[in-house]
Design a protein around this ligand. Structure first.
Ligand code: SAH
Length: 504
């Protein structure tokens, strides 16, 4: 494919996991990803490491020059046989100006594929419960643009026809013209009392809806500060049964929750928050740095099969370990007949991804408790145990296992290094009452966080503090903070459940 190849991919309406399987698949193949304003940047998690990622903001009223620049960019990036993904909000073929891009790349002799996406006007139905079609009152739906191409002499919109339309009318890009649209429909004979709904930020935790009769919908939006991007729904459908909505009833819907782990950990945690309707705000406090270049680790690896038990205490440990193994050209066979223990389901799940089914996975959250349980589970007298864990782990586990008669080797395979970066934006949000919760899942997070954000900022504002367990809580208290809630179950899910409980 020396000519290169362009995939025009629908990103879906917003929420990152609403992209199609095909869309995610081609994102993972791309050498270059060109995305615009409506495509959720969280989708870049499907990109492969090292892909060239280009953001092209294209605003309302942009001139054709900008479109031309994008066209040129597509051709340039695909040259030399590269795979380019052009990621577009919703479905690429619905109000996506994709024809212009295809014309340009075709002319340059570049092949392409179009991957559909869920368009905003369809997702709005699932995420509000407003049924665009209903056998009682709407047998048809029409998608209309609220903003026609600039410079077009005659309108394609036949307002008198639309005013009589016996189904549901869905407007895209209509917020700048909402009063004009309502006025045109009424002027052409549509009843002022026709139900209308405007839904902004569809499928995001920031989704909001305004409902009013057609003549008042503009005022209603202004009053509730509802602006673009929004879908406007006009017709009986807009007044449909409220009980069909589920999204805004999720337990953490609309809550702004700051996550303070490393970037990979934050991305995983964010998924859980999104699934509960919340709005995760990532603030990376530390970076996981592998220590697997150490002689100690390399020596342990050569003796691997001599160990009776190999213990992983975190998912990070598992990832770092297998990365190192891969670099050394080895695989899971190094375990030989050694048994494997993992603290917590998440660690065990991560091991499973690399083909290792842990022999012992106690449901405990501290390494001390883990040690006790392992000794209950099996005798460790004269057994060789290898701990692969973080540099900052406490010595408690080692001592316990030694007391049980084991020969313990404790090898640090990673460490957490505090990350300092610009934090003014977050302090500002806390000051403006735009953050509901700060979450802390380890003492390292606490240290990293307060190295950049003054504890005074947290103390003097309304923001609440959630901690995963006693060790983290103590660390928070040492900064003079009140812990609002501590998880009963000391896991990330336990942390979210504790937050949810405060709203019940
Ligand atoms: N291709 C896109 C539409 C692009 S036109 C699609 O299929 O969805 C841009 C318009 O889409 C916006 O003005 C708005 O009307 C609508 N839109 C896109 N994403 C939206 C979202 N998450 N919430 C509300 N409206 C959205």
């Amino acid at each position: 494919m020396s000519k290169g190849f362009v995939y025009l991919v629908g990103a879906g309406p917003g929420r990152a996991d609403l992209i199609t399987v095909r869309g995610a698949e081609v994102l993972g193949k791309a050498d270059c990803i060109i995305y615009d304003k409506l495509a959720n940047p969280a989708l870049l998690r499907y990109a492969r490491a090292g892909a060239d990622i280009i953001h092209v903001p294209k605003r309302i009223g942009s001139t054709s020059v900008t479109q031309k620049q994008i066209n040129r960019l597509l051709i340039e990036k695909a040259s030399g046989g590269r795979i380019v993904v052009r990621l577009k909000g919703g479905d690429p073929c619905i109000f996506g100006r994709i024809a212009e891009e295809i014309a340009a790349i075709s002319e340059a002799g570049i092949d392409f594929e179009i991957v559909p996406g869920i368009t905003a006007g369809i997702a709005v139905s699932s995420y509000t419960g407003i049924m665009l079609t209903d056998r009682q009152y709407s047998s048809q739906v029409v998608f209309v643009t609220g903003r026609e191409a600039e410079g077009k002499k005659e309108s394609n919109i036949d307002w008198s026809l639309l005013a009589k339309y016996p189904g549901t009318i869905v407007f895209y890009m209509g917020m700048g013209n909402l009063d004009f649209i309502a006025g045109k429909l009424i002027e052409n004979g549509m009843s002022e009392n026709t139900p209308a709904a405007v839904v902004t930020e569809v499928t995001f935790p920031t989704q909001e809806m305004a409902k009013a009769p057609l003549s008042r919908i503009g005022d209603e939006c202004r009053q509730n500060k509802i602006g673009p991007p929004a879908i406007i729904i006009i017709g009986e459908a807009a007044d449909s049964d409220k009980s069909l909505g589920w999204f805004t009833k999720l337990p953490l819907f609309g809550k702004n929750i700051v996550v303070t782990r490393d970037s990979v950990g934050n991305a995983d945690f964010a998924q859980e928050i999104i699934a509960r309707g919340g709005n995760p705000i990532s603030f990376d406090t530390f970076k996981i740095v592998s220590l697997t270049d150490s002689n100690e680790f390399l020596r342990a690896l050569t003796e691997f099969a001599d160990y009776d038990w190999i213990v992983f205490t975190s998912g990070n440990g598992v990832t770092v370990f297998f990365e190192a193994l891969g670099k050394l050209g080895k695989d899971a066979r190094v375990f030989g007949s050694a048994k494997v223990a993992a603290i917590g389901d998440r660690t065990a799940e991560r091991l499973l991804r690399f083909g290792i089914k842990a022999d012992f996975v106690p449901n405990v959250f501290t390494s001390g408790e883990f040690g006790k349980q392992l000794l209950n589970f099996t005798s460790l007298r004269d057994k060789k145990v290898l701990l692969l864990r973080s540099q900052i782990a406490s010595n408690e586990l080692v001592e316990l296992l030694q007391k049980g008669g084991a020969a313990v080797k404790d090898v640090a395979i990673y460490t957490a290094v505090t990350q300092k970066h610009d934090s003014d934006w977050l302090s500002e949000k806390i000051d403006n009452d735009e953050i509901d919760w700060l979450t802390f899942a380890s003492p390292s997070s606490v240290e990293g966080f307060f190295e950049t954000i003054g504890s005074e900022t947290v103390r003097k504002n309304n923001v609440k503090v959630a901690s995963i367990g006693p060790v983290t809580s103590r660390q928070l208290e040492s900064h003079g903070l009140l812990v609002d809630i501590e998880a009963d179950e000391h896991t990330l899910i336990g942390l979210l459940e504790a937050i949810e409980k405060t709203y019940k």
